[in-house]
Ligand binder design. Sequence first.
Ligand code: NI
Length: 271
Amino acid sequence: MYIDSHCHLNHPMNGEDVSPDQLITQAKEAGTVGLQTICCRMHQEYELLTGIAEAHDNVWCSVGTHPHDASVEAEKAYSVDDIVKLSQHPKVIGIGESGLDYYYDYADPQDQKKSFRKHIQACQETGLPLIVHARDADRDCMDIIHDEIKNSDKPLYGVLHCFSSGEAMAREALEIGFYISFSGMVTFKKMDWLRDIALQVPGDRVLIETDAPFLAPHPYRGKTNQPAYVEFVALELAKLHNLTREEMGHKTADNFFRLFLKAKDTWVQQK
Ligand code: NI
C-alpha cells in the first residue's frame, strides 16, 4: 500500500481527456490506496477539490494558496479565520501548499510572505499540518516558520513537500518536528545529492508523493505524472534504506497518518 501525500488531480496538465476520477481509479489499481489532492487557489478550487474528496474513499484535500498564486489570491483578501473555516470540512486534512518561491517570478515576494504567515497561523489555530513549498527561498522560509513558532503558544506541525532544498533546511525542519516528503526527483539519475539527504532523514519522518502531474519518477520521467506512480518513489527510498518497496510503502503510510491525523477519521479499510 502506498499513499500519495501530494498531487494535483485537477491540474490542466493532466490533459483534457483525463478526469480526476480516472486518475483515482488508476492509482487504486496500482496500489496507491490513498491520496491528498492539493489546493493552489482557494477561490477557484475549494468546491472542486472538496467535491472530489467527498466522492471517493481515502481521497483527501488541502486548502491553501500556492506561492505562485499569492498575488492573485491576495485580491480575495482571505483572513486566517477564513482559512480556518474552510479547513473545517471533514476531508480537508492539511493547509497549503504555501511557502515561498523565488525561482519563478509569478508572485510578489511580499504577497508570498504575508500569505505564508496566514497559513502558518491557520495551522496553529486548527492543529492541521502545514504543507510547505520552498524554492530558492530556504532561509526566508525557515525564518518565517521560526518566527511564527515563537509568536504562538500552539504547536506547529508540517511537511516540506517535494523536497529539493539544501541539507541545512532539512536539518532545521527535522529539529522542529517537521516531516520531509520526496517526489519523483529522488529517482532521477543526477540527484545523488538529494538521495544523500534522503538517507539522513529518519525513517519515521519521511513521506512520499508524486506532485503529479509534474516530475514523473523513473521509468516514466518526461511523461505526465500520476498518483499511480508513487510506488516508484517508494522503491527508490526502499533501495536507499535496504527495505522492500512494500515495507517503505507501509512505513510512509504510517507516517502520513501520524502527520495528517485527520485523515484517520475518514479512512476506509479496503478489502
Ligand atoms: Ni504541489
